[in-house]
Design a protein around this ligand. Structure first.
Ligand SMILES: NC(=O)c1ccc[n+]([C@@H]2O[C@H](COP(=O)([O-])OP(=O)(O)OC[C@H]3O[C@@H](n4cnc5c(N)ncnc54)[C@H](O)[C@@H]3O)[C@@H](O)[C@H]2O)c1
Length: 324
């Protein structure tokens, strides 16, 4: 495992209950984290991922570095003969994503990208309804993914379209089965540095209009950490999705809070949730040595191509057409 930051905790918990998977080495720049994890897991700890890949005999490498550092360790691991799971976004440019996909093919290794929401049973149910024609012809999809301001100092390293919006681009393509042909976007910033808010309008090849709203503006005082919505409007039906939903609500002296989460559930010593399903699927594909029909790296690359176009549009103020 390369990179032991915030999100690695979920991956480590998954590993605890995945049969026949052993963590043999970690690479992390922070010495304290590296040593603590190596000791807890009884595995080797490296400051350099290159040294880890050169020294250890690994079947799989999980890449959890910051978004702008996905490509290099992924390429090195694939070239060393490892299967790779890399967190989203696959990379920050279409060219890097293409190099990663080509290298996986040349080395006959699996490359999977963490578009985890494809394992959310609610998203699966919505997609099934769309595909079975329950909504008639889909005309528009609106996606909101607004996250807490307290994480902005960590994630302002990367345009929010690559961190938050990448999920929504992927979901909208996955729901419609159509390609994005044009985008138009506006963004703004509360710090004067990178944007902490973006709105994008997408035109799909089948005429569906997509809208994506992302920001890092959910304040500490808000009743929930995040505000995620999706509305799929068809000529014969509509789907409304809201996360957190209202199924678990706490009232106390601090106010009203919502904490239900489907990404991760713990029951006694057992973990469940859609990240666990995703990792289970990844290791099954590795064991079977078959590419995933769910997490295709080409889809991850296309999401990055659309994200790049949205960011360009937000910077130039002009619509951007995507080459077919
Ligand atoms: N699927 C999701 O919903 C989801 C949610 C959060 C984060 N993520 C993704 O997971 C990835 C990791 O995010 P995070 O939140 O854990 O970030 P983070 O900044 O908390 O963690 C990154 C870690 O990588 C380490 N690192 C950086 N360069 C390194 C190098 N050269 N060698 C070894 N270690 C290195 C850092 O020291 C840090 O501990 C990102 O791509 C992020 O976008 C996905």
């Amino acid at each position: 495992m390369i990179g032991l930051g915030r999100f690695s905790h979920f991956h480590l918990k998954c590993l605890r209950q995945l049969a026949n998977v052993k963590l043999v080495a970690v690479a992390e720049l922070s010495e304290t984290t590296r040593l603590e994890t190596a000791e807890e897991w009884g595995c080797a700890g490296y400051a350099s991922w290159q040294e880890m890949i050169d020294t250890e005999r690994l079947d799989v490498v999980i890449v959890l570095t910051p978004e702008m550092h996905h490509a290099e360790p992924t390429l090195a691991a694939l070239q060393a003969g490892c299967h790779v799971f890399v967190e989203k976004p696959i990379a920050l440019t279409e060219q890097d994503a293409e190099r990663m996909i080509e290298t996986a093919k040349q080395n006959n290794r699996l490359l999977m990208v963490g578009h985890v929401l494809r394992f959310d049973p609610r998203m699966l149910a919505a997609r099934q309804a769309v595909q079975q024609g329950e909504l008639g012809k889909v005309r528009s999809i609106y996606s909101r993914r607004n996250n807490p301001s307290r994480y902005f100092s960590l994630y302002e390293r990367t345009n929010l379209m690559y961190i938050l919006g990448i999920h929504d681009i992927d979901l909208q393509r996955w729901m419609t089965g159509a390609e994005v042909v044009e985008v138009f976007a506006r963004s703004s910033s509360s710090t004067g540095n990178g944007p902490d808010l973006i709105w994008a309008m997408l035109t799909f090849s089948d005429g569906t209009i997509g809208v994506i709203e992302n920001n890092w503006l959910i304040s500490k005082q808000s009743p929930a950490e995040m505000d995620v919505r999706m509305e799929i409007v068809g000529e014969e039906g509509i789907i409304h999705f809201q996360d957190p939903d209202q199924s678990l609500v706490f009232w106390n002296g601090h106010g009203v809070t919502h904490r239900a989460s489907y990404i991760w559930n713990e029951a006694y010593d057992s973990y469940a949730g859609y990240i666990f399903e995703e990792m289970k699927h990844f290791y099954q594909c590795v064991r079977d040595n078959t590419p995933s029909p769910i997490l295709l790296p080409e889809d991850a690359k296309e999401a990055v191509r659309v994200a790049e176009a949205i960011i360009l549009s937000s910077q130039t103020g002009q619509p951007v057409r995507l080459a077919p």
